[in-house]
Design a protein. Structure first.
Length: 314
């Protein structure tokens, strides 16, 4: 078993894989993986002013900028997720994230005034974006934030590169998004533990056996603030301009595409325990819901989740 990892996108990544004699050396594999991560960061990071997307975000309304094909691909995925959620999921919520204290230009966590919220909402909406050839254009001063899908995209890219190098038994993870294929050294499936969303400790709640699937968890229990007894999470409903306020604590999605698992876990968390559940069942999405209740947490799994994963309680 070979493994390596390091920093990426403000967090970390890790790769584990089975090595045999005719595969490249681990150092060569690491170079290939880090090339992909560096490219994604250079194109899509909202935390570096020289990234492609931040240069676009700095442009005024009625501007266009030539973009790499990968950026345009993610804009199209975001458009689909926005349409499928009636506008609740939106890649252009960065002004809201900054206003509430969660974004890269945040000025402290606080509930904004109605006037400030109205001003920010005028700069939010996927309908303000359009693609013209290889250019991304906007008719309002919107800012695109790929944080809900970029890591999943990077994991898919890494998995495809590993496969191209002849590596077919691996677990690839970046900033918590992951994809696994094949088997471990002992012949067993790769296992992924889902945490119970508690603030005080990490507790394994479910263990998945994964082969050929991406896994993504979105939750409101890591990044939030309290004001006047209310909890405000970093997950936003673009239709209201405010953090979600329902009882859904986390959602895990499994999907052959880590990119879609990443985006769909965010979409379902935004929709909440009822609308999200109905959406997952209607669209045959493998989803595991953790819902706050008076006695702690209750869980629900979609039919597709049970079908796709070999699950067991720890």
């Amino acid at each position: 078993m070979e493994s390596f990892g390091g920093p990426t996108m403000g967090s970390t990544y890790s790769i584990k894989y089975l090595r045999h004699a005719d595969l490249p050396k681990p150092a060569e594999v690491q170079v290939e993986v880090e090339k992909i991560l560096a490219e994604v960061d250079r194109q899509m990071s909202t935390y570096r002013s020289d990234s492609d997307i931040e240069r676009f975000n700095d442009l005024p309304a009625n501007s266009c900028q030539a973009m790499p094909a990968s950026v345009l691909e993610l804009v199209r995925v975001g458009e689909q997720l926005s349409a499928q959620s009636d506008g609740s999921f939106d890649l252009t919520v960065e002004p809201l994230l900054n206003l509430w204290g969660f974004g890269p230009q945040a000025r402290g966590e606080k509930v904004p005034t109605a006037e400030a919220l109205a001003e920010a909402r005028a700069r939010v909406g996927h309908q303000h974006l359009r693609i013209e050839g290889d250019r991304l254009c906007k008719d309002a001063a919107v800012e695109v934030d790929f944080n809900s899908i970029a890591a999943g995209y990077a994991v898919d890219r890494i998995a495809a590169r590993l496969e191209a190098l002849g590596i077919h038994n691996y677990l690839a993870e970046a900033t918590g998004e992951l994809k696994a294929a094949g088997r471990k050294l002992d012949g067993s499936a790769w296992q992924v533990a889902l945490e119970e969303p508690r603030d005080d400790q990490q507790v394994a709640q479910r263990i998945l056996a994964i082969d050929g699937l991406g896994v993504s968890t979105s939750g409101d229990y890591r990044n939030y603030f309290l004001q006047d007894g209310r909890r405000y999470s970093h997950t936003f409903d673009a239709r209201t301009g405010a953090p979600v306020s329902h009882t859904l604590a986390s959602v895990t999605v499994i999907n052959p595409s880590a990119l879609l698992a990443d985006g769909l876990s965010t979409l379902l968390l935004i929709l909440g325990p009822e609308r999200g559940w109905d959406y997952a069942e209607k669209h045959d999405i493998g989803a595991f819901f953790v819902i706050r209740a008076d006695t702690g947490f209750v869980t629900r799994t979609s039919q597709a989740f049970e079908r796709l994963s070999g699950t067991k309680n720890p």
